[in-house]
Design a protein around this ligand. Structure first.
Ligand SMILES: NC(=O)c1ccc[n+]([C@@H]2O[C@H](COP(=O)([O-])OP(=O)(O)OC[C@H]3O[C@@H](n4cnc5c(N)ncnc54)[C@H](OP(=O)(O)O)[C@@H]3O)[C@@H](O)[C@H]2O)c1
Length: 430
């Protein structure tokens, strides 16, 4: 067997210790698949004295993670600190500059600085691997970039944030409101103390930006992703969606159209029978559509020590074998430069839920506004009667343009008889 591959791991939190445990538990199997042993030569974390449940006596310790890049015995640098700036970014840049291949699970870093980092890697001819950055244990990167490499991808979509999917699942199953379920998820450790990256859709948008770059062979463009989270989803909308034959999911969807590439993250109503509608709890799913392969659905655990370590070590095995591809699947000169399509130009069907005063003429006012914006109704649902009181009215539309829907919504929201901000959820025939 060849000389062992010596790795340096920066970050010994959930993922870092998971990687060390996997490498120890499956050492022989990993060595057989990698063609050589993979050994941890050096590590870095903030607190040297913390017991991490893994033996660290025989490894070189660095207080400064950036210094790992200069460790003379290291073949590959593994960045598992996290964050788009600070030590994670400095380490990845220093490692590439020092000619060391990098493995990272850091979606924030890749979404925001991935274009420049990929250029640096390409200029130096150094591999940069990031299977763990999207959908944890699901081999979404390899699946799209390598497995589906022969296809023109038309669309890639997914449930990319387990925290949101968990919250929406519990809200539906138990008929409870968002704030209460979020607080419980935080107490159970399923949501961060500061949950905004997850519930406001930012984490899913980081991952979608990476998937879109791979699917369409273009540099990552986080700024072009339209992002909405799940704070405004109510138990009432989830229940009404069920009556209409839908489930509400936070999806990331990137599509290639004649006008360019659209990328958006927002709550969606998907038909109950769609495979993605049944991906519940903390699970993630990625759906890709290629011109020759058709539809491919991948599902699995999108986070956690074991699944994420599985993806990190798969990258290490590739590097040990000398397997690597350009970051976005093609050399920078061969990348696509299709423009980004703004959200205003999105076309699709919509669900609107209004709380209106139950009095004559209200529905006529609303449908009149929709008519003015050339929006045609698919169905209308009004439950019960309570003259002079608030009742929910649900409208679903045929496909129309987002800009027209936005105009209609602001006029509908301004009507005296409409008592709350209307709820809008896009319907996706996924
Ligand atoms: N957790 C998941 O399920 C998951 C899934 C997919 C991708 N990821 C990604 O994997 C990466 C790591 O996530 P995680 O959940 O493992 O994070 P974590 O548990 O918070 O661990 C972060 C680690 O980085 C170390 N660290 C922080 N600042 C440092 C510094 N300045 N110098 C040296 N070490 C420093 C911390 O040291 P101390 O331990 O001493 O504080 C800790 O060991 C992130 O990019 C994340 O987005 C995570």
């Amino acid at each position: 067997m060849s000389k062992p591959l010596s790795i340096a791991v920066a970050g010994l939190g959930t993922v870092g210790t998971g990687v060390l445990k996997l490498l120890a538990t499956n050492a022989d199997l990993v060595a057989a698949r990698a063609g050589r042993r993979i050994i941890v030569g050096a590590v870095s974390a903030r607190s040297r004295n913390r017991d991490r449940g893994v033996p660290l006596d025989a490894v070189r310790w660095y207080d400064d993670p950036v210094a790992l890049a200069q460790d003379p015995g290291t073949d590959v640098v593994v960045e598992l600190i996290g964050g788009s700036e600070g030590p994670a970014r400095a380490l990845v840049e220093a490692a590439l500059a020092a000619g060391k291949p990098v493995v990272t699970a850091n979606k924030a870093l890749l979404a925001i600085h991935g274009a420049a980092i990929a250029e640096l890697a390409e200029a130096r001819g150094i591999p940069l691997a990031f299977e763990a950055a999207v959908a944890g244990g699901i081999p979404a990167i390899k699946g799209l970039r390598e497995g589906l490499a022969a296809n023109r991808i038309q669309r890639v979509a997914g449930i990319l944030n387990g925290t949101c999917n968990y919250i929406l699942t519990v809200m539906r199953e138990q008929g409870r409101e968002f704030a209460e379920v979020l607080a419980e998820a935080q107490a159970l450790g399923y949501a961060e103390a500061d949950p905004s990256f997850d519930i406001d859709g930012v984490d899913a948008a980081h991952k979608l930006a990476i998937l879109a770059a791979l699917a369409f062979g273009r540099p990552v463009d986080f700024a072009a992703v339209h992002v909405e989270g799940i704070r405004a989803v109510t138990a009432l909308d989830i229940a009404l969606a069920g009556e209409l034959g839908y489930r509400i999911k936070l999806l990331g969807i990137a599509s290639s159209t004649e006008a360019g590439i659209s990328a958006r993250v927002h709550p969606c109503m998907v038909p109950v029978a769609a495979p993605i509608a049944r991906v519940d709890g903390v699970f993630n799913a990625v759906v890709a559509e290629g011109d020759f392969v058709g539809r491919v659905v991948l599902e699995g655990r999108g986070a956690g020590a074991g699944p994420t370590a599985s993806a990190v070590v798969a990258d290490l095995i590739d590097l040990a074998r000398g397997r690597h591809t350009p970051v976005w699947g093609a050399a920078s000169g061969a990348l696509d430069s299709a423009p980004a399509v703004p959200m205003d130009r999105h076309r699709g069907a919509y669900y609107l839920r209004l709380m209106v005063l139950d009095r004559p003429g209200v529905i006529a006012d609303v449908t009149g506004i929709l008519r003015d914006e050339s929006i045609s109704l698919e169905a209308m649902l009004q439950r019960g009667r309570a003259p002079g009181e608030a009742v929910p009215v649900v409208l679903t539309t045929h496909d129309c343009e987002e800009a027209a829907m936005r105009n209609a919504l602001s006029r509908i929201g301004a009507l005296d008889s409409v008592l709350e901000k209307p709820a809008l959820i896009r319907i996706e025939p996924i």
